[in-house]
Design a protein around this ligand. Sequence first.
Ligand SMILES: NC(=O)c1ccc[n+]([C@@H]2O[C@H](COP(=O)([O-])OP(=O)(O)OC[C@H]3O[C@@H](n4cnc5c(N)ncnc54)[C@H](OP(=O)(O)O)[C@@H]3O)[C@@H](O)[C@H]2O)c1
Length: 284
Amino acid sequence: MITGSGRGIGKHVAIACAKEGANVCITSRTIDELNDVKEEIEQLGNDARVLVHPADITKIDEVESMFKGFQEELGPLNAVVANAGWSRRSVTHEFSSETFASIMNVNVLGVFNTFKASYPCIKLDEKKNPARFIITGSAAYPTAMPKFAAYTASKYAVVGFMKALELEYRKDYITFNMILPTMVDTQLLRGKKAGDGQKPPTVMDPWDLNDYYVFLMTDWARKVSGYLLDISELEKLKQMVLEAPEDAQQDEEKMKDYLKEKDERFYKQLRKLRNLASFFLEKC
Ligand SMILES: NC(=O)c1ccc[n+]([C@@H]2O[C@H](COP(=O)([O-])OP(=O)(O)OC[C@H]3O[C@@H](n4cnc5c(N)ncnc54)[C@H](OP(=O)(O)O)[C@@H]3O)[C@@H](O)[C@H]2O)c1
């Protein structure tokens, strides 16, 4: 189940999950965009089911009735991606209180609403295959962005929220992780220019993030929890793994040695995600 899946990052995560054979539930406020995503998934021609339910993530009643509907159709959910978000740029003293509150409502309250409403509808207590709760954060945590003070504050807030959830709901076998993208070619970053083929080279395409979301939902990541996936760092790891010598690609221990030798500081940071290297080799 992916929030904010009518366009941008969420849309591509939904398509990637469906390609893996998962049934997907998609939501945002714009029904036309959701129906387009549904059609795109149906055209894949596999058996993945797509359920659509428009809802405003800031309104708990709408979010609760959406999750109930999804659960009635599909049974308990395996994974929830709290991805919906928005932002506005302005010098902070000229920002309106309404816009500040609205950003906090979507980016923080929206994640709370997603968790609260999903909790009764997710698969609990499966030690071998824990439920996954994934949040789309931002590289604005920890690198604050001037003129994006409200957005930065909201992305700092969800990190604290996730860390608290991780401690509180371990007992239920739910993993909590966050993806921290940098710049991605979506409406949030580039407005109507998103997808025009003119993005600067430092800006990623939204589908470039799919591997990280899919990884977190696979068996490879069943023990990964409480982790903030810094996408620009992990892209370096992906490059290193895919360029590793043949013998390292075929032997986990040799891959470890190779990565350690290449960049020990970086390797240490990534130890918890060591399976990600194996995932890249199998998938990419
Ligand atoms: N693009 C980047 O450079 C970048 C970088 C770092 C992090 N992120 C994060 O990535 C996430 C996805 O953003 P994106 O870049 O893919 O932007 P996007 O293309 O604008 O997509 C945002 C999605 O969130 C939905 N949404 C917004 N407000 C909502 C509300 N009140 N209720 C329900 N759904 C709502 C939007 O649909 P409706 O408007 O139709 O409701 C849309 O489907 C966000 O959390 C964002 O902070 C993006």
